[in-house]
Ligand binder design. Structure first.
Ligand SMILES: Nc1ncnc2c1ncn2[C@@H]1O[C@H](COP(=O)(O)OP(=O)(O)OP(=O)(O)O)[C@@H](O)[C@H]1O
Length: 241
């Protein structure tokens, strides 16, 4: 990959409860690009995300964010750089506004109404939603709000974990367009875990395939049409879980 790396893994190993979950993971995610992360269930994809935002620490190896070791970031600085959205799009009880400003409240700040409206507009939600209860939103709307909430800090890197898995096709398409728009508008680096290979291929500039804790094949996403690795070929044919 010729692009500048914004997230780098150098020989990273992670174990928990005696299980070797990530094995010698080495590779980089290029700045300003969308990299999709695919692989069978249990391959270690979500664990890799937890290492990227320091929810977990590796036993060995090094993770660099913008060239600086993740160990040298303070938690607030790291959260500002690395945003995460999950399939569950968990909301607190309260209004859309209260949910949107949560990352700022955690930093002892409030959100300005104009900024909140701009963020909602960015994700395709009308400002009329601001005072509605977040619990009343549809799945697709909730996921849009979850993405807007990560944008509050203008993260340089956005980690997306299966964010369209529980959505219908229309909402899924909306979210895909939204992520491409955010990537273009803000130059946000996107790392997107998906089990949808079509999505990985169409949305990703680059793709990583992980299996059993290892990175098996990486490159421009089009390699998924004809992977070199035999197990990856089986995986894309749907012959592996
Ligand atoms: N704290 C932990 N203790 C023990 N095992 C764990 C722990 N966290 C994760 N694992 C195991 O590590 C492996 C990788 O899990 P992970 O959730 O990262 O996989 P994944 O590729 O994201 O899977 P999926 O696509 O199903 O979400 C799994 O076998 C999981 O059971």
């Amino acid at each position: 990959m010729s692009n500048q790396a914004i997230v780098e893994f150098k020989d990273v190993n992670y174990s928990a409860d005696g299980l070797h979950i990530l094995k010698n993971v080495t590779g980089s995610f290029p700045e300003g690009k969308i990299t999709t992360l695919v692989g069978p269930s249990g391959a270690g994809k979500s664990t890799l995300f937890k290492l990227c935002n320091a929810l977990k620490s590796p036993q060995s190896g090094e993770i660099l964010i913008k060239g600086k070791s993740i160990d040298n970031y303070d938690p607030v600085e790291l959260r500002r750089n690395v945003g995460i959205a999950l399939q569950s799009a968990t909301m607190i009880k309260g209004t859309v506004l209260e949910n949107l400003e949560l990352p700022l409240v955690l930093q002892g700040k409030n959100i300005e109404k104009g900024f909140a409206e701009e963020l909602l507009h960015d994700v395709g939600l009308s400002s009329e939603f601001l005072n509605r209860s977040a619990k009343e939103l549809s799945g697709g709307q909730r996921q849009k709000l979850s993405i807007a909430r990560t944008l509050v800090n203008y993260p340089k890197i956005l980690l997306l974990d299966e964010i369209t898995s529980s959505l219908d096709r229309v909402s899924q398409h909306d979210i895909e367009e939204l992520i491409v728009k955010i990537n273009k508008k803000y130059g946000t680096t996107i790392i997107w875990i998906t089990h949808n290979l079509k999505q990985a291929l169409e949305i990703g500039h680059y793709t990583w395939v992980m299996m059993n804790g290892e990175v098996i094949e990486t490159g421009e996403s089009s390699f998924l049409h004809s992977p070199k690795n035999e197990r990856v070929l089986q995986f894309v044919k749907g012959e592996l879980d």
